[in-house]
Design a protein around this ligand. Structure first.
Ligand SMILES: Nc1ncnc2c1ncn2[C@@H]1O[C@H](COP(=O)(O)OP(=O)(O)OP(=O)(O)O)[C@@H](O)[C@H]1O
Ligand SMILES: [Mg+2]
Length: 271
């Protein structure tokens, strides 16, 4: 039996000089919206089962980069993506990639909670059903329950599964959206300012949840809150005007960044 604590395992890996596997890798990523270039040659590795925070002033390209990771930019007609992005070493922009399947592997949670106008149960059951992940009602029930449990929502909703998802509080709706993403067994979860519409208590719950989820999932989160980035992430990437300024261990980025723009941003001098 493995008796090592998580910190112990991390220390052991560090002692061995091991670093976590790279789950996703962006190499020379460029994005244009029509004539306007929004990203300029971004190189960024996303380590497996860690939380990577994307920070930087408004309009610097954080959401644009995030949307490249599950090809959500495909839905914007004027948007063109260049460079290479891989998932487990495989090019996600290869023509043979099934985008629906990719978005199940790389799920997304948005800024504003957006439950379907359906019951709590149906919000979770929808994905597993269309992806054919369950064989019968009992299996589907089990997926709904386990997804809601993983999203720390089960106890609050187990007696009202047939009520509309939109009737939940904002924080509960966001955890419902996280449960919905989890239900199709993603490997990576992208979150674009997932707490910006939530009050401090709901935010704390979602942050706690993110910290638990990283045991099983790779997470990339965009946030405007420096405190949130410092609290939930292990890696931080700083963007400015479409360029990746620097990235590194969150501790270092917040105590001793290499770039003056990072220093200025985290100390609130611009942004
Ligand atoms: N759908 C779009 N059509 C045209 N231009 C866009 C579109 N989406 C983003 N852009 C432009 O691309 C640049 C980067 O925008 P993006 O939304 O990625 O920034 P961001 O860092 O997420 O900002 P914020 O913190 O305000 O959300 C901006 O100049 C923006 O105006
Ligand atoms: Mg954004």
């Amino acid at each position: 039996m493995n008796m090592l604590t998580e910190a112990g395992v991390e220390q052991q890996l560090a002692d061995q000089g091991n670093t976590p596997a790279i789950k996703m890798r962006g190499k020379g990523v460029t994005v244009h919206y029509g004539d306007k270039q929004a990203l300029f040659g971004v190189d960024l590795d996303v380590p497996e089962k860690q939380v990577t925070a994307l920070i930087g002033p408004s309009g610097c390209g954080k959401s644009t980069f995030l949307r490249c990771l599950n090809r959500m930019n495909d839905t914007i007609p004027i948007c063109r993506v260049g460079g290479d992005i891989t998932l487990d070493g495989e090019d996600i922009y290869d023509p043979k990639i099934d985008v629906v399947e990719l978005r199940a592997r790389v799920g997304m949670v948005f800024q504003k909670p957006n439950p379907f106008p359906k019951s709590i149960y149906e919000n979770i059951a929808y994905g597993p059903r269309i992806h054919g992940l369950t064989k019968n009602k009992a299996e589907l029930d089990a997926v709904v329950e386990s997804s809601l449990r993983k999203a720390a929502l089960w106890d609050e909703v187990k007696d009202r599964l047939q009520e509309p998802g939109t009737g939940l509080s904002g924080g509960q709706q966001q955890r419902l959206c996280i449960a919905r993403a989890i239900a199709v067994s993603p490997e990576v979860i992208l979150m674009d300012e997932p707490c910006s519409a939530l009050d401090p208590i709901a935010t704390a719950k979602v942050e706690e949840l993110i910290d638990e989820l990283r045991q099983n999932y790779t997470i990339v989160i965009v946030t405007h809150s420096m405190q949130q980035a410092a609290r939930v992430s292990q890696r931080t990437a700083m963007f400015h005007l479409g360029y990746l300024v620097e990235e590194g261990a969150t501790d270092k980025m917040f105590t001793n960044p290499d770039d003056k723009r990072t220093q200025d941003y985290i100390t609130g001098r611009f942004g």
